[in-house]
Each structure stands twice: as structure tokens, then as C-alpha cells.
Design a protein around this ligand. Structure first.
Ligand SMILES: [Zn+2]
Length: 449
């Protein structure tokens, strides 16, 4: 049973300053963090509701979600990725003191056919460093031109935040899988399991190893291994496995993940984001991995929310790494020949993602600096052959590793372009393209001091 605790500025504040011993410019890097924030995490749970044309927000509760493990030296999310973007604004100075882009389940659902027929509500939650002074939280969303526009804001009076205590469950077992240092100075991954019973701890631990081997077996994560910590949280589900049909939805798996999200069999999300984040918060984390005890192919990955991956399906390691591309760096799917539930992008508007472009102006390609001189833009490839099912064209030695602008990507065959002929975000390829690799590195850099 959760209890309500009223935190004052003084009881919530931690009286020592944050600094990473490994940081080259220790004091200046953390000056802003120490001025504006305490060492705790403020989680704001809210309902995100609406339909295809409207959306509404209602705060459900505040939670003191444990010590802050997020960004401390780079408080502003300078890449401005994501469909949604949170800004924490200091009321005294008017300055933005923390920002973070993300995607949400509602944001995906809003573009499905179902949203044209019904209004629904979804659980959602932000986690921000605990403010010392009064702040305004402003949520922004992309408009039709992909510019961020304010859609919701609310004030937080730092002296009178009424917050629940951090979630606890005595059955949840925390394991430090890989320790490279202070979570405030590293990118922290927490791995939680769904559909594992109390008898399945060895299965879960083995699946954690499968994830770690796949993730750190792939560049750029391999080269950045010392920038990460990995934690696992095991909590038993009453019944083994993962639910299949939302129509017959009686979740017995503890995190509520289910296949057939938005009617797509292989797409797996949870309908209970707050519970997912409750279990995740047993560990300090920036990125959240849900491994599912099933051999049925499927998964999902949402920028700054979580990934889901079937731990025992034939392509399990590929799914894990591909979904981490979405989750960490907001990478777009580069494929365009598989069914998806949501409406494709508008080819008249430049996508915000690092790795796809509408190529509205071929002279200002956003990854132009990675293109070798003389490479034609758009870049010819055997698109017709590929669409007939000949995947060998993806291994054309004259094209592999050559950055250009290849038509077909982001669920669109025409008018949308990807950086290389092949990439983990395009097919069951072994490597990220150079543009995706750079995007991932840019984001990891924000978390590492
Ligand atoms: Zn790519």
C-alpha cells in the first residue's frame, strides 16, 4: 500500500552537491544542476486522453521516484528529438532549466484508425530532477510542420509538492549487471521482465545476458560500453507468458504487455505505463528494457519510454537492438514494406528524426557531411528488384556503407529517403548505418559526463 507523504523543500533537498569524479570540468558541469535541482527524481503521472483531433491532460499523482540518475551536465536536450518535448522553466528567471523529448503511446495511437472513432485515455509519466524553486512544466508537441508548439503547462510549487513514496515490492529483486560508475554520470539501462513466474529467475537472468550480448555486440554500443551501467529487476508474474489479444485482455503478466497493439500482431506495448515505471524505478535508470518470456516474434520501442522484446523468438537479438535504436535516439524505421497501424509521415514536411529525410531541398541534406563527394542525391539503388523480393540488392558491394539518400523509408515507398541502402533500422541487418550511429552517439553523450 502506497502512502502519501508531504515533502517540503527542506526534507526533499539533499544537502550535498553533485559532481562526477571522472568529469574533466567538474564544478562548471554541475553548477546549473546544483543551483536548480536536488538529488531526487520527481515523477509526474498523468492521463493523456483524446482522439484523432484532440488531446487532454490530467495529473494523477506525483511520486518521489528515488535518487536522480539522469542527465546532470547536459540539462537541455539540445537535439530536440521526439513528437513531444517537456520544458522545465524556472519561474524566477524564466529560463528553461531542463528539457527532454519523448514519444508516447497516445501519440502513436492518435494516428490509428481507432482514434477517428473513439476517445481513449492512456497512462503517461515524466521523470524530471526535483526542482529547488518554483517551476512551470511546459509540454510541447509537433504541429503539422513538425515545429514544437506548447499544448499543456502547469506550475509546481516546490515548497508544497505532495508526493507518494517510491514504489516498493518485496518480491522485486535488483541485480547490478554491469557497473561502470555513478549513475548520474552514465547512461543507465534497467531491464525488467514480464511473464516470468517465480520459478523463472534463471530463464530471466539468461535473457538479460542475451540482451547485454546483443546490445554491446553492436556498434556504437560496443565502443561506448564503459559509458553504460546495466541493472535488472526481476518481479514474478502469476502466470507464464504474454497476453496475445487485447480483445480478450485479462493480463496476468505483471507489466501488462500484450501482442496485437493497435491491431498489429507483432507489436507489443503495455497498457500500464505507471506499473512499468514502478518496477523500473527499483533501479536508477535512463533507458528501460522489457524482456518478455515468450518465443512469439514481437516487440516495440518508443523514444524515451521503453522497448519490449520477445526474449526467445528466432530474431530476438535483432529486435532488441533495433528497438533500442528507437528508444535511445528516436530513430525512425527505415523500412517501408511492412504493415504498420499508424498513418505515414507527410512527404511535404521534414521529419524530426536523425535518419530519414523528405529531401525537400537536396542541397541541404541533414547528413550531407557524411556523404562522399560525387555521390548522386537521391542515390540510385535497385529499388524495383528489392520490392520484387530480391533482398540481395541490400548487399550490393558498390553501395554497402556508402551514405547517400536512398528512396524508401519511414513507412513510405516514395518521397522519403534513408541514409544507406541497409541498416538495422531497415532490415535484419547486423549494423547501424553511419547516420544512425552518429545519432546514437549524440544522445549517449548527453548522459555521460
Ligand atoms: Zn540507419
Amino acid at each position: 500500500m502506497k502512502s502519501i507523504v508531504k515533502f517540503t523543500l527542506f526534507s526533499a533537498a539533499v544537502l550535498f552537491a553533485i559532481a562526477c569524479t571522472s568529469a574533466p570540468k567538474t564544478d562548471s558541469n554541475y553548477e546549473a544542476f546544483n543551483r536548480y535541482f536536488t538529488d531526487s527524481t520527481l515523477r509526474i503521472d498523468f492521463w493523456h486522453s483524446g482522439n484523432d483531433t484532440s488531446e487532454n491532460f490530467a495529473i494523477a499523482k506525483y511520486i518521489n521516484d528515488g535518487p536522480w540518475a539522469g542527465r546532470t551536465a547536459h540539462l537541455l536536450d539540445k537535439w530536440e528529438l521526439g513528437l513531444y518535448f517537456i520544458k522545465v522553466i524556472d519561474q524566477q528567471s524564466g529560463e528553461v532549466i531542463y528539457s527532454q523529448g519523448y514519444n508516447s503511446v497516445f501519440g502513436e495511437w492518435q494516428t490509428t484508425a481507432e482514434a477517428q472513432k473513439s476517445t481513449q485515455k492512456f497512462m503517461e509519466a515524466f521523470r524530471i530532477p526535483w526542482p529547488k524553486g518554483n517551476v512551470t512544466v511546459q509540454l510541447e508537441k509537433r504541429d503539422a510542420n513538425n515545429n514544437l508548439q506548447p499544448i499543456w503547462n502547469f506550475n509546481i510549487d516546490a515548497k508544497s509538492i505532495v508526493a507518494e513514496k517510491r514504489f516498493t515490492d518485496n518480491r522485486a529483486k535488483l541485480t547490478k549487471v554491469m557497473d561502470n560508475g555513478d549513475p548520474k554520470c552514465k547512461a543507465d539501462i534497467v531491464i525488467v521482465g514480464d511473464g516470468y513466474t517465480a520459478n523463472d529467475t534463471a530463464v530471466f537472468n539468461n535473457d538479460v545476458k542475451t540482451f547485454v550480448d546483443a546490445f554491446f555486440g553492436t556498434e556504437p554500443f560496443l565502443s561506448r560500453k564503459s559509458d553504460f551501467n546495466v541493472w535488472s529487476v526481476f518481479a514474478p508474474s502469476p502466470k507464464e507468458g504474454i497476453n496475445l489479444q487485447e480483445a480478450d485482455y485479462h493480463p496476468e503478466n505483471i507489466l501488462g504487455t500484450s501482442f496485437y497493439t493497435f491491431g498489429i500482431e507483432r507489436y507489443v506495448l503495455s497498457n500500464n505505463e505507471w506499473t512499468v515505471k514502478d518496477y523500473a524505478s527499483v533501479a536508477p535508470y535512463d533507458f528501460l528494457v522489457i524482456l518478455m518470456n515468450t518465443n512469439k516474434y514481437g516487440g516495440g520501442g518508443i523514444f524515451n519510454l521503453y522497448i519490449t522484446a520477445a526474449a526467445h523468438s528466432p530474431h530476438n537479438q535483432y529486435v532488441m537492438v533495433h528497438e533500442m535504436g528507437h528508444h535511445i535516439a528516436g530513430l525512425a524505421d527505415e523500412y517501408y514494406t511492412s504493415d504498420v497501424a499508424y498513418a505515414p509521415a507527410n512527404t511535404k514536411v521534414e521529419p524530426w528524426e536523425f535518419n530519414v529525410t523528405a529531401l525537400l531541398n537536396p542541397d541541404s541534406l541533414k547528413w550531407a557531411d557524411l556523404v562522399a563527394p560525387g555521390t548522386p542525391i537521391p542515390t540510385p539503388w535497385q529499388k524495383d528488384e528489392y520490392e520484387k523480393g530480391n533482398t540481395s540488392v541490400l548487399h550490393d558491394s558498390t553501395l554497402v556503407g556508402k551514405v547517400g539518400a536512398y528512396e524508401g523509408g519511414n513507412y513510405l515507398s516514395k518521397g522519403m529517403y534513408r541514409p544507406e541502402v541497409n541498416c538495422i533500422m531497415f532490415s535484419k541487418n547486423k549494423r547501424f548505418c553511419k547516420v544512425c550511429t552518429r545519432g546514437i552517439n549524440r544522445v549517449i553523450d548527453l548522459y555521460v559526463n
